[in-house]
Write a protein that binds this ligand. Structure first.
Ligand SMILES: [Zn+2]
Length: 151
């Protein structure tokens, strides 16, 4: 089991997000540079102490950690305890009901499924949701339960 924060909330949910960036955003730059930019947005625009997501997945399927899994993240207002937040790069202009492949790559599909499996091996995940399951938002730009069931 993974536990978060000093209260040690057990992690039982994964919430998926997108960065709402265009497909060619920071093209050719490493994912570390994109992480740094998202970290800057979260600090400067949201006033958070660091990047809110626990993992980033780039267009080519590369994965990079953000906030430590043992820290409570920041991804859904009022719904962060015991949650691991994963953010897919891309998704600008997406709608909540789009199919995954309209906004994201096959490499991201594989990477996301692999990352979910890896997290499941470490903690008892009971729910995998999208930001749009918790708020009236397009993010992550697909219906997570449909995508999960398609595998
Ligand atoms: Zn989101």
């Amino acid at each position: 089991m993974i536990f978060q924060g000093s209260v040690r909330y057990p992690v039982d949910e994964i919430v998926i997000h997108c960065a709402a960036t265009h497909p060619d955003w920071m093209r050719g730059q490493p994912l570390t540079a994109k992480r740094k930019e998202i970290d800057r947005w979260h600090r400067e625009e949201r006033g958070w102490r660091k990047i809110g997501y626990h993992h980033l997945i780039d267009r080519d399927g590369a994965i990079l950690p953000g906030r430590a899994e043992t820290e409570i993240g920041a991804g859904v207002e009022g719904h962060n305890r015991g949650v691991i937040h994963i953010c897919l790069i891309g998704g600008a202009g997406s709608a909540a009901t789009d199919p995954f492949e309209r906004n994201f790559t096959a490499a991201q599909d594989r990477a996301l499924r692999g990352l979910i499996d890896a997290i499941r091996a470490e903690t008892a995940i009971t729910r995998i949701t999208g930001h749009n399951d918790h708020a009236a938002k397009a993010c992550p730009g697909f219906v997570v339960r449909n995508w999960i069931n398609r595998a």
